[in-house]
Design a protein around this ligand. Sequence first.
Ligand SMILES: Cc1cc2nc3c(=O)[nH]c(=O)nc-3n(C[C@H](O)[C@H](O)[C@H](O)COP(=O)(O)OP(=O)(O)OC[C@H]3O[C@@H](n4cnc5c(N)ncnc54)[C@H](O)[C@@H]3O)c2cc1C
Length: 351
Amino acid sequence: MEKVDIIGGGIAGLALAGMLDPERFDVTVFEQRTELPAVGTTLAMWPKAQQALSRLGILGAVRNRGAIIKAGALRRPSGEALLAIEGEGLLGVSRPELLRLLDTAVPASVRRMVGRVDHLSGAAALTVGADGVNSIVRRGTWGKRSAARPTPFLAVRGVVPATPSPGDVGEYWGRGEIFGLAPAIGGSNWYASFRSELGPDKVDVAGALEVTRRRYANYSSSVRDVLDLATADTSLAQRIWTTPPLGIYAGRGVVLVGDAAHAMTPNLGRGACEALIDAVTLGKLLNEQPMDKALATYTRKRVMRTQLLRLASSAMGRVALAQGAQPWRDALLKQVGKRVAGTRERAGTSK
Ligand SMILES: Cc1cc2nc3c(=O)[nH]c(=O)nc-3n(C[C@H](O)[C@H](O)[C@H](O)COP(=O)(O)OP(=O)(O)OC[C@H]3O[C@@H](n4cnc5c(N)ncnc54)[C@H](O)[C@@H]3O)c2cc1C
């Protein structure tokens, strides 16, 4: 039996623990959280992440507890649609629900240690950094220069018990700020992001909600109504952090998965999806190949794609959160929206 220590029992850590062959690996998951989070907003699962959930045997259960995200639009603060977006194939699931279901896929033989890991013991044949954006495994192995950096942006988000009308769903792009609204089980999932001095650590949620309400006071009534319903108990507020680029995710006896390897801004909704795909890819390789070969193949398969997504998310964030260039951006989006609508109409009439 080869000993594997997984630092972090979040999305990536639990998924990897669920993949590793219990006949071959003696696995321990170290998690600082004492229980699953009670508050959490919806994560959009793209098709490849759904395939990863299927490998873990929980896609059906996630579908039962999730909501299909069909369509939305990029909107002006007034609600006017600039560009319609087809969301076919996207599955929205709440983070606590996803963590709970991933937990059910972990074999009983996996040992659970509750508490924060502060240094790497190196006692295992493989130490996995699944400890998120502020990973100690990453810093401890790749050095201080690889540490996460705060962006100027705050993310405030939550769930309210009111279903959004289809004409309100989408992302509202203002000047240096965005607001997102999507259906969720039992209501609406919302998120707001803008530059803020709050944080970077332990952001006061009630204070952040007040700032958010003021900031979006001139938005459409659908946005204001959601923010009026939001409470500190059902909302989260945090600074967005990202990691600098890495060209390799594995060294001798150590490997990174999820945000520890490639934390990106949330603008493409890919971080959790890629964390799942990392874990399933790595688990399958470790089950089938000698460790050194599996780690080298994992790096080769995952670095390019995830680093490109990291760059694309940050480029998307710069466009969405544009300040000075916002009028040009909106004019361009409007033109693209008209062309896309025209193409769809012609495709419809020619059928
Ligand atoms: C506002 C926002 C919206 C997002 N929306 C989406 C979306 O729609 N779709 C999507 O795919 N992604 C989304 N993401 C990204 C997604 O949340 C992350 O990419 C994902 O959570 C990464 O999973 P992970 O397991 O790598 O890290 P985490 O979820 O951060 O898990 C790390 C775990 O390690 C534990 N840990 C950390 N340090 C230690 C330690 N020293 N000792 C012990 N335990 C430790 C933590 O407690 C945690 O449980 C969003 C992110 C944000 C901020």
